[in-house]
Design a protein around this ligand. Structure first.
Ligand code: ZN
Length: 189
């Protein structure tokens, strides 16, 4: 009975006190590292991941081996791993294929640089071109790494992948929602 009540109450009542009010206790269950520097000071890695993953990927790249960043990196990698379980909301581009997409490809320009214009594919379909197109890549923020020297490309591909993963953007993307999003993925299997 008590459990049923807990479930029917909105998240604000049941989970947030555990997350925000008793942060220490919660952190033993799920680490909730807060960024302690830069423009995202005080924000959780989970929220920044959904708001501005390119920033975190760049931060991670320059933080390797820095002792005071190790907790942040652990949390970043934990969220990356969980994100692999996220449901993809795009459908395969294959002719008459109605399957939900599992992969994406990106066009590449004449210099071999990726363009932030993804095409989505199921397991069984792939692009008909052989040149000028990337391998089939997971629909995941890790694709940001392919835009290493292209900050604008990072931002565009991030927004496209975020949308493909069905994540709402903007002011609606609160800390609470970010934490709930990742908590849901960790329960998925
Ligand atoms: Zn298909």
């Amino acid at each position: 009975m008590r459990e049923a009540n807990a479930l029917s109450r909105p998240l604000r009542d049941r989970a947030v006190p555990a997350i925000l009010g008793r942060r220490q206790r919660y952190s033993r269950i799920t680490p909730m590292y807060r960024i302690s520097f830069s423009k995202y000071e005080g924000r959780t890695v989970a929220e920044v991941m959904l708001r501005d993953a390119p920033y975190l990927y760049r931060l991670a790249a320059v933080s390797a081996g820095q002792a005071d960043r190790s907790e942040m990196l652990v949390e970043f990698n934990r969220l990356r791993k969980q994100l692999r379980r996220a449901r993809i909301h795009k459908y395969c581009r294959g002719k008459d294929c109605e399957k939900r997409a599992k992969w994406m490809t990106l066009p590449t320009d004449w210099k071999g640089r990726h363009l932030a214009r993804p095409y989505y594919w199921c397991d069984g379909h792939e692009p008909w071109e052989e040149d000028g197109v990337s391998d089939k890549l997971p629909v995941h923020f890790d694709v940001i790494k392919r835009f290493r020297f292209d900050k604008r490309g990072q931002k565009i591909i991030f927004r496209k992948v975020r949308s493909a993963l069905g994540i709402q953007e903007g002011t609606r993307l609160t800390e609470e929602k970010a934490i709930r999003f990742f908590a849901h993925l960790s329960q998925k299997g």
